[in-house]
Design a protein around this ligand. Structure first.
Ligand SMILES: Cc1cc2nc3c(=O)[nH]c(=O)nc-3n(C[C@H](O)[C@H](O)[C@H](O)COP(=O)(O)OP(=O)(O)OC[C@H]3O[C@@H](n4cnc5c(N)ncnc54)[C@H](O)[C@@H]3O)c2cc1C
Length: 299
């Protein structure tokens, strides 16, 4: 391994000052789970790593804001989020998703900022947070800016973050008891990287879907909203025919890319099937019934 400098700033401001907007070889490190793998693979050869481990504890906290939104500090570990009683109660979709994200050892050290900053299109949290309408606060030398989670990832491992900006907070509007589910389809162990991820949040009006938020991960270069499928589900009754049509529409509208977890045509077929299952899981979870399927789901 090529020698590098390890900086351990004590504040977020100091950490930002140690980053360089022009230099891709200077990187912040949260849990280091992705950074270490990239270094081992030789795709990252940093000259300086800026550890975020010692910065103010306020950035590692989970709390509820004044308007009932969930406010997650950018350095919060995924295990802290997974076990947070606040999250379990108000955002069950989120805590259930975390249980199948990688393994306990990774979740114990990985941070939410590192997770979202990595922007691997296979990650589980981006589609889930996008479907819940989350926003991300980015802190840089000029202060803070907030971007919708939906706009954070711009492509394969790419984000809107400047090289000297850090994810300092993630804000999630209340799930507010809305039916919601994330279907993680894996081809090996349940906690493996997904071959496809489908996140669905529904606004219901009686038996009808008033609005659906449908986001797919692990299928293209970034989490993608299925707008035509959402339109098809709007004001519809979630019956068998509608859900089959929605799965068909999703498979049509998304230009899926194959990868080692599945070919494009396999993923298309998964989407056809799992879109309806995600909607059914969401509704069953709210009604307190088992969804009657065999995928891994987080409602
Ligand atoms: C064995 C294994 C299995 C995995 N399986 C899954 C899976 O099933 N599903 C899934 O979703 N993920 C999976 N992952 C990925 C895992 O979720 C990420 O590695 C982890 O979340 C990254 O967080 P971190 O804090 O360790 O990031 P780091 O490795 O510290 O950083 C990752 C990237 O983000 C940048 N960064 C770090 N902190 C910040 C910040 N605060 N602001 C801006 N940029 C920042 C770094 O510079 C780097 O580019 C797996 C990982 C491993 C090792």
């Amino acid at each position: 391994m090529i020698p590098f400098e390890l900086a351990r700033p004590r504040s977020l401001e100091e950490a930002i000052g140690l980053l360089d907007p022009e230099d891709p070889d200077i990187r912040p490190v949260g849990g280091g789970t992705a950074v270490m793998l990239m270094m081992k693979a030789g795709v990252l050869r940093p000259t300086r790593l800026v550890s975020l481990r010692d910065i103010e504890p306020a950035y590692s906290q989970v709390r509820i804001g004044g308007n009932g939104e969930l406010r997650i500090g950018g350095l919060t570990r995924l295990a802290t989020l997974e076990h947070s009683p606040l999250v379990k109660e108000g955002w069950p979709m989120l805590s259930r998703t975390l249980r199948t994200l990688s393994n306990v050892r990774v979740r114990n050290v990985a941070t939410i900022g590192g997770n979202l900053g990595h922007a691997d299109p296979h990650m589980d949290l981006p589609p889930v947070l996008t479907s819940l309408g989350a926003r991300v606060t980015l802190s840089g030398p000029q202060g803070e800016r907030t971007v919708p989670m939906e706009q954070l990832c711009t492509g394969y491992y790419e984000t809107v973050l400047a090289r000297n900006e850090l994810i300092s907070e993630v804000i999630v509007p209340p799930q507010a008891g809305r039916p919601a589910a994330y279907m993680k389809v894996t081809t090996r162990a349940a906690h493996d990287w997904p071959a496809l991820g489908v996140a669905v949040v529904l606004d219901m009006q009686g038996p009808r879907i008033r609005n659906a938020s449908v986001i797919v991960g692990a299928a293209t270069d970034k989490p993608t909203r299925l707008t035509k499928t959402e339109a098809l589900l709007r004001d519809a009754l979630p019956d068998e025919i509608t859900l089959r049509r929605a799965g068909e529409e999703g498979a049509q509208e998304l230009d899926i890319v194959g990868d080692p977890h599945g070919s494009a045509s396999y993923k298309k077929q998964l989407l056809r099937v799992y879109l309806g299952r995600a909607v059914r899981s969401a509704l069953a979870a709210t009604a307190g019934k088992p969804a009657g399927h065999h995928g891994t789901h987080a409602s």
